[in-house]
Design a protein around this ligand. Structure first.
Ligand code: SF4
Length: 342
């Protein structure tokens, strides 16, 4: 799909983009935060991504991320976040090749990051079958009004007749012992690596386990393998397991996800039926602007969202008139036939 440049630096919209009623854990976490950090979401960021289609280009490579500007502190943070994200993607691609029997270059920057973690996942020769990056489309809620989801499972190996769920994660391995103490994590832990207790309520593993349960009738043991991305540190990997998640815990998380998706669907339907046009109708969470390397929509880094600058939080005017017409023109170009009013 072709990416169309936008007036906002580095952001694009895919040709033919239109809002869809299919949900993912990423959408839920963008809007509402994760189960463990519920204040780390922003409905407006979700709307910009999933109603307007504004995003960072998919194809940005690790090398392009390295070339991003870093003049200001905000640009530096955005660059660091983008580097980590792109390195995460490269790590996924290499692991995919590894399980498909391809050659992997363990001397490449990403290869060096992966090598210390290979023993934390099964060797390909141990697996009777491997599902790699397999798409799942579970549905939740009552039969008469289902919510449909899309997800991709990194790796589901079958070993001795039993399936396992494995997910690859990348982390900068930040150690914040003050925060570790607040979170009940051991001193020296990677602060943003989830614990087993975190995974018990986390959206991603539980939705994936639900999908597997609906397909195969049992709850799989799950493992998250974390690879350290901080190039200044020696490569390292750590694993966290969710070995025996009760089905009722899975279902409790799935019910929550279902209700959050229904909120997003209601906003999306209002938007599509033209009950609101301006994204200032969508609440902004300015506490989230600087999180995870900085939100790509911040005006400080060339994005369209000025909520943080104006300090107008829930119903403020987000966009200037000029910017609104840019958005209208952009969508007319991106989605011929899709009526977009600002
Ligand atoms: S810049 Fe801040 S308020 Fe605006 S979309 Fe991003 S996180 Fe939300």
């Amino acid at each position: 799909m072709t990416d169309i440049p936008t007036p906002w630096r580095g952001l694009v919209v895919s040709a033919g983009f239109h809002p869809r009623e299919q949900f993912s854990v990423s959408q839920i976490e963008k809007a509402f935060g994760s189960a463990n950090e519920p204040d780390r979401g922003c409905l407006r960021a979700w709307a910009l991504r999933y109603l307007w289609g504004l995003k960072q280009p998919d194809g940005m490579t690790y090398e392009q991320a390295l070339a991003l500007p870093e003049t200001t502190e905000d640009e530096k943070r955005l660059r660091a976040g983008t580097i980590a994200k792109t390195l995460g993607k490269v790590i996924h691609r290499i692991l995919e090749a590894y399980y498909k029997g391809g050659n992997i270059d363990i001397d490449s920057p990403a290869g060096k990051r992966i090598f210390p973690g290979l023993h934390l996942a099964p060797h390909p020769s141990q697996c009777e079958q491997v599902d790699i990056e397999k798409q799942g489309n579970p549905r939740t809620g009552p039969e008469s009004d289902r919510i449909s989801w899309v997800l991709f499972k990194d790796l589901v190996p079958t070993i001795a007749g039993r399936r396992y769920l494995i997910d690859w994660k990348s982390t900068n391995g930040r150690v914040d012992n003050k925060k570790n103490a607040e979170l009940g994590k051991a001193k020296g832990s990677w602060t943003y690596q989830k614990t087993e207790a975190d995974l018990q309520i986390d959206y991603q593993p539980n939705l994936y386990l639900y999908d597997e349960y609906m397909l195969h009738g049992y709850v799989l043991p799950a493992r998250f393998v974390y690879f350290l991305t901080d190039a200044a540190r020696k490569p390292e990997a750590r694993a966290v397991d969710l070995p025996d998640q009760p089905l009722e815990n899975v279902m409790a998380v799935v019910y929550k996800l279902d209700s959050l998706a229904r909120e997003l669907r209601a906003i999306s339907r209002m938007y599509k039926s033209e009950k609101f046009y301006v994204l200032s109708d969508v609440p902004a969470n300015i506490l989230n602007c600087g999180a995870y390397g900085g939100c790509p929509y911040r005006s400080k880094t060339g994005g369209p969202c000025t909520a943080e600058d104006t300090q107008i939080i829930p119903m403020g005017r987000l966009l200037t008139g000029a910017t609104r017409s840019n958005v209208g023109a952009l969508h007319a170009a991106a989605s011929p036939g899709f009526v977009f009013q600002t």
